[in-house]
Design a protein around this ligand. Structure first.
Ligand code: UDP
Length: 456
């Protein structure tokens, strides 16, 4: 018999490809072969961003079309989601059929829960499957409970919160369902104003297939979401994932990482640097970008700031006049950082973050404090976890004019870094995280249960 062979199918977004790639590295270490499917658009980006040392042993990268045209906006999640559902099922079937003619035919699938319909493709082709959810478990539990939320009158049949609904908790200890739980309403409107509707319908559609998955994995750990894991024990935490910290293993970045910033971090005092990164989607308007830059300058602290080439809505040089000269070597600006290594660096004191779940797990795992600036989707729920439940961060809040002013950036950084209680809690979370992923830890055991089952 050949090797157990996984077909890995991430949703085509950075925050989905990176963690699923990490789970694939774990599978490879257990003797699996992996076929990793990207869309053609992301496949090209990923190959172009691979560093020379990165290896993908036993991971075969393949690509399929996403159904969009060359100039279409792939950050428009509504049209992307809709298009994938039309073109991808047949492509996946073909990949599975082709593998049946080889020595190591595919035996199982690891499917992004965001594309739950792919579980049905696997079922039809006789593959076993697991779903991977890249956000917090609470958000997934909410999505899977849409029929109950509708029947209890919390939301209507289109996913809108009914204003006079009775307070409702999914399970004991879980929060009352409110706007931040309804990810589909927080995702923007897209060019045709249909994004919410498409995303909601996609979730409802995907929910129909979740029972096909033998396991539902997520990048979380017991202590931070215990009521949710009690409420839905099928959701298995396997985190925090070890993403980005394996020497010479490819992370799955879409942009080439600027590794030189690690040497710059080496030169800074321990616990001194403000690290700023807003993930792969966030966009700033020029005014807010400049105000934030002046806020960073005003902190007087060293900072490492990820400014993606598409972070602002302007193509011109958007920095405030003289900003770069004034901050000099105190401020390091990179287009894409090896974030997981940055957050593991002792010079980093805190993380100004958009609250993407991967970023949060990477910060929590390293005991960092957060300044939260959510952008869309699940970020608002993640912010509640950080600021209200775990109490390891503070909010940056726009004022009446919709802007986060420089004075607030400066004062919140100071408030955060002088808060000893928060620092103690962040260290406790780091220790919980470590115990979960060490030998005998609950997350590692869950990962082993899944891998052993699929190896059999
Ligand atoms: N990331 C990175 N370098 C950067 C910025 C982000 O490697 O400069 C990674 C980050 O470590 C995380 C992913 O990109 O694993 C972003 O996922 P997240 O869920 O935080 O946010 P999203 O991009 O989905 O909004």
């Amino acid at each position: 018999m050949g090797l157990p062979h996984v077909l890995a199918v991430p949703y085509p977004a950075q925050g989905h490809v990176i963690p699923i790639m990490e789970v694939c590295h774990c599978l490879v270490d257990q003797g699996f072969k992996v076929t990793f499917v990207n869309t053609e658009f992301n496949h090209k980006r990923l190959l172009a961003a691979l560093s020379e040392e990165s290896t993908m042993e036993h991971i075969v990268l393949v690509s399929v079309p996403d159904g969009l045209g060359p100039g279409d906006d792939r950050n428009d999640l509504g049209s992307l989601t809709e298009s994938l559902m039309k073109v991808m099922p047949r492509c996946l079937e073909e990949l599975i059929e082709k593998s049946n003619e080889t020595e190591d035919p595919m035996t199982c699938m690891l499917v992004d829960e965001t594309m739950g319909w792919a579980l049905e493709v696997g079922r039809k082709k006789g593959l076993r499957s697991a779903a991977y959810w890249p956000g917090c478990a609470q958000m997934l539990a909410t999505k899977l409970s849409i029929p109950e939320l509708v029947s209890r009158g919390v939301i209507d049949g289109y996913g809108k919160l009914i204003s006079e609904h009775e307070p409702f908790q999914l399970g004991p200890g879980m929060p009352f369902i409110d706007e931040p739980h309804l990810i589909w309403n927080l995702i923007g409107d897209g060019s045709d104003g249909r994004t919410k509707e498409i995303v909601f319908n996609n979730i409802v559609h995907n929910n129909r297939f979740i029972d096909v998955a033998e396991f539902i994995l997520c990048n979380s750990f017991k202590e931070i979401e215990e009521p949710t894991f009690r409420y839905n024990p099928k959701i298995l935490p396997i985190g925090p994932l070890f993403t980005g910290l394996r020497p010479s293993r490819a992370v799955g970045h879409f942009w080439p990482e600027d590794a030189a910033c690690l040497s710059w971090l080496d030169e800074q005092q321990p616990g001194s640097v403000v690290y700023v990164a807003f993930g792969s989607f966030t966009i700033f308007d020029r005014l807010q970008f400049q105000e934030f830059a002046l806020g960073l300058e005003a902190t007087g602290r060293p900072f490492l700031w990820v400014v993606r080439s598409d972070l602002t809505d302007s193509s011109a040089d958007v920095y405030p006049d003289g900003f770069k000269e004034r901050v000099g070597d105190r401020g390091r600006i990179v287009a894409w950082a090896p974030q997981q290594k940055v957050l593991a660096h002792p010079s980093v004191a805190c993380f100004v973050s958009h609250c993407g779940w991967n970023s949060i797990m990477e910060g929590v795992k390293n005991g960092k404090l957060f300044l939260c600036w959510p952008y869309f989707g699940d970020h608002f729920l993640d912010q509640i976890y950080i600021c209200d439940d775990w109490k390891v961060g503070l909010r940056l809040t726009p004022d009446e004019s919709g802007i986060v002013k420089r004075e607030q950036v400066k004062s919140k950084v100071e408030e955060l870094l002088s808060n000893e209680e928060m620092r103690t809690r962040a260290s406790m979370l780091k220790e919980n995280a470590r115990q979960n992923t060490n030998e005998g830890g609950a997350s590692l055991e869950n990962l082993k249960i899944f891998m052993n089952a699929f190896k059999a």
